[in-house]
Design a protein around this ligand. Structure first.
Ligand SMILES: [Cu+2]
Length: 146
């Protein structure tokens, strides 16, 4: 497993060592691994990271996320602009057959607004990834940083 090398405000916490979570349900030809929800301090958004491989024969387009553990979940991207780290909506993310999309500190993340009050006490939370063709992929994201 590759470890992210970026440092941002959201990723200053130690990495959990066991991050692999099997997909619970979903879409053929999509394999999610290393799914984690990283929490920082209470009241701040949590950040979801994962690796998503397209092992199917069609291009998939990731368009959104949802979780009962977040008041709202959004796909975001960190971008360095003029020396300042900015956060932008990720938009639609295409994954061609054979390609892997990585959400990792310093790049893409699932922004989990208003995480559930008890998230710190939970081992994992379910997150549903949404695709343009209407498919969804639900996976358990292990809670890291607590
Ligand atoms: Cu964000």
């Amino acid at each position: 497993m590759m470890k992210p090398v970026f440092k941002t405000a959201l990723c200053s916490l130690a990495l959990a060592t066991t991050l692999t979570a099997p997909a619970l349900a979903g879409a053929d030809g999509l394999e999610i691994s290393d799914a984690q929800m990283r929490i920082t301090i209470p009241g701040r958004p949590a950040a979801g990271y994962f690796t998503l491989a397209n092992t199917g024969s069609d291009t998939r387009v990731l368009v959104g996320a949802a979780s009962p553990a977040c008041a709202k979940a959004m796909l975001h991207q960190n971008k360095m602009e003029n020396g300042v780290m900015k956060m932008l909506p990720a938009g639609e993310l295409e994954i061609a057959p054979g390609d892997t999309l990585r959400f990792a500190p310093g790049g893409y993340h699932v922004m989990c607004m208003k995480p559930a009050a008890d998230i710190r006490n939970r081992k994992s939370v379910p997150v549903t990834l949404k695709f343009k063709n209407g498919e969804t992929l639900e996976a358990e994201f292990s809670v890291a940083g607590n």
